[in-house]
Write a protein that binds this ligand. Structure first.
Ligand code: MG
Ligand code: MG
Length: 407
């Protein structure tokens, strides 16, 4: 039902006599006869709810046509049951269903009846087939409309995102409690694997489990080093539930006690993060959180003598403060409208994730070397301001130290 509502809303915004084509992802080879686990394309999933590979949805004034793999007894012995063409109209609420093998013959007829065609090319096995059917029909980008819809989450989507946030929160808590010197980053990573699988969820992205100086490598995913006494551990991990992602980072001491220097850096990032979250409400400009975090972090680093008054902050804080979150971890939706940065609206979900990363540097007091701290929460814009979907996860120094003592 939700998919029909989305289809109708999309079509109502488009030109009359329009054809919309949306294809899903191709399967990806891993090695030999093995594929990576299949994950549908987010646009296709959002509009159809259909999770099999090799499918194309076409929407027009004639109705909703789905092209999909038909039954194949031999393949189904190996790979599992397929929905099949005969079941598709009822299950997917489609008006027509065709085997994907008929795409090349059916699509030209559908295109011939339309004056405007909306399609976004993506690295899709079917791109060539769809291309071959294109005529001189006026082509337009679909994402401009569809991605604006995806940016504003409905109740159903928010419930899934809350579930992803809760499962991820639980895994982060376990990781904090099981952390100790002498074990390996992958042992902590396995807590996330187990907790996500146990809840029938997947990793929304490759987790970062970075002890000590590894935290200063922003996309550290090797996760294969030992955790040392006295180091911090930065974990950026979140699961996805029915496609919807959580994206959480916490940084905590491997042994459960922040050192003085770690405490100082951590508190600056925390103050910046809390102030940035505080500003998020309908009507606020989306660049405001970054303005706030850079100001607070700059000031804090200057006070500690780490940054010169006119110094370059990007040596210590080199990424943005947040991104849209949804079916994609870095979700779709524009940050600007025309030349202007847009404002927050009810139903948007953004991450807030400032950080400080201090590499070995002779100009800086060695007590701060190799400290990398990021704190990331997922924030839903609501009528009254915002709701932090990940608020149950320990975040202040006291909360973290207390949780880590309760082993
Ligand atoms: Mg993250
Ligand atoms: Mg993020």
């Amino acid at each position: 039902m939700i998919h029909q509502i989305r289809q109708k809303r999309l079509l109502s915004q488009l030109a009359k006599n329009t054809l919309v084509i949306v294809s899903t992802n191709p399967e990806q080879w891993r090695n030999g006869d093995v594929h990576y686990p299949f994950r549908p394309h987010s646009d296709f999933w959002y509009l159809t709810g259909f999770t099999e590979p090799e499918a194309v949805a076409v929407f027009s004034k004639e109705g909703y046509s789905i092209f999909l793999r038909d039954h194949n007894p031999m393949r189904e012995i190996w790979d599992g049951k397929r929905l099949g063409v005969a079941n598709a109209p009822q299950t997917l609420n489609a008006d027509y269903a065709y085997p994907i093998s008929e795409l090349k013959t059916q699509l030209p007829q559908l295109i011939a009846n339309a004056t405007t065609l909306y399609y976004d090319f993506k690295p899709c096995a079917l791109d060539d087939e769809i291309m071959a059917c294109l005529t001189t029909t006026k082509m337009q980008s679909l994402g401009e409309y569809l991605h604006e819809m995806r940016l504003i989450k409905d109740e159903n989507e928010i419930a899934l995102m809350q579930k992803a946030a809760d499962i991820s929160t639980q895994a982060h808590q376990l990781a904090m409690q099981q952390s100790k010197a002498g074990i390996f980053e992958y042992e902590i990573a396995s807590i996330f694997d187990a907790n996500f699988r146990k809840n029938n969820a997947e990793h929304a992205y490759t987790p970062i489990v970075a002890g000590g100086k590894n935290a200063c490598i922003l996309h550290y995913i090797k996760n294969d080093q030992i955790l040392n006494e006295g180091d911090l551990l930065l974990i950026d991990a979140g699961c996805e539930v029915d496609g919807y992602a959580a994206d959480i980072t916490r940084t905590f001491p491997v042994n459960g006690r922040f050192s003085q220097a770690q405490r100082q850096i951590y508190q600056i990032v925390l103050d910046a993060q809390l102030a940035a979250i505080e500003c998020i409400k309908p009507g606020e400009i989306v660049t405001k959180p970054h303005q706030i975090t850079t100001k607070i972090i700059r000031q804090g680093l200057i006070e500690l003598g780490i940054l010169q008054t006119d110094g370059d902050l990007s040596q210590f804080y080199m990424h943005g403060t947040g991104h849209w979150l949804g079916l994609d971890v870095h979700d779709v939706g524009r940050y600007k409208q025309g030349e202007q940065h847009r404002q927050y609206q009810i139903g948007m979900v953004t991450t807030v994730e400032p950080g400080i990363y201090i590499r070995k540097n002779d100009k800086i007091n060695p007590i701060y070397w190799d400290i990398g701290v990021r704190i990331e929460d997922d924030v839903l814009v609501t009528e009254g301001g915002n709701r932090v979907l990940t608020k149950n996860l320990a975040k202040t120094i006291n909360e973290i130290e207390l949780l880590m003592r309760e082993k």
